[in-house]
Design a protein around this ligand. Structure first.
Ligand code: URA
Length: 209
């Protein structure tokens, strides 16, 4: 599908292997997720628009370029998306950050928004939604809808590990959204975990299990 992009850079693949390993502890897991996010962000931001400026160097005047316009906003989906923030902030220190929290209603099985907070000018920004795991894609699809309803025109999704069925469903529901991930697994188990996946990303990130 033409709005799905899988990063196969050796550094990313190497780090994902350790992220998947059940013997990787909380500290290393957090560091790996941050490093993978930084490497992915480098590519995901490749098409940011530039403006030409002039800078006085010690020798003369250089015509050079900076990122133009209202730039970026990243939106981690609580809670595992938080693990992707620091790596991107290292690369883009002035990035604005929104947050979105969703839970699945027991009866309807539909995602319900329980928290959201966005920069006031979010509609003028390019938004990158951060969710390390795409299993069914249901909550992420709801997150995209919420952000579209804020008037955002340019949305990307950055994930680390996706189930094929989930990412393809998401790509079909939102053909205008580019989805970036670093690995795709074929199965989701009866508990909605990606198989073999890496387990519960939030628990592994925050040491809650
Ligand atoms: N969320 C996770 O943290 N892990 C999965 O396997 C699926 C969704």
């Amino acid at each position: 599908m033409k709005n799905i992009f899988v990063f196969d850079h050796p550094l990313i693949q190497h780090k994902i292997s350790y992220l998947r390993d059940k013997n990787t502890g909380t500290k290393e897991f957090r560091e790996l997720m941050s490093e993978i996010s930084m490497l992915m962000a480098y590519e995901v931001t490749r098409d940011l628009p530039l403006t030409e400026i002039q800078v006085e160097t010690p020798i003369g005047v250089a015509k050079t370029k900076i990122i133009s316009g209202k730039k970026l906003c990243i939106v981690p989906v609580l809670r595992a998306g938080l693990g992707m923030v620091e790596g991107i902030q290292n690369l883009i220190p002035s990035v604005k950050i929104g947050h979105i929290g969703l839970y699945r209603d027991h009866d309807t099985l539909q995602p319900v928004e329980y928290y959201s907070k966005f920069p006031e000018d979010i509609s003028e920004r390019e938004v990158i939604i951060l969710e390390p795991m795409i299993a069914s894609g249901g909550s992420l699809s709801a997150a995209v809808r919420i952000i579209k309803n804020k008037g955002v025109k340019n949305i990307k999704i950055m994930s680390i590990l996706a189930a094929r069925s989930g990412i393809e469903k998401l790509a079909t529901e939102h053909p205008d959204v580019n989805i970036y991930c670093a690995a795709i697994d074929e199965k989701v188990n009866q508990n909605c975990y990606i198989d073999p996946g890496l387990g519960d990303a939030g628990d592994r990130l925050f040491g809650t299990k």
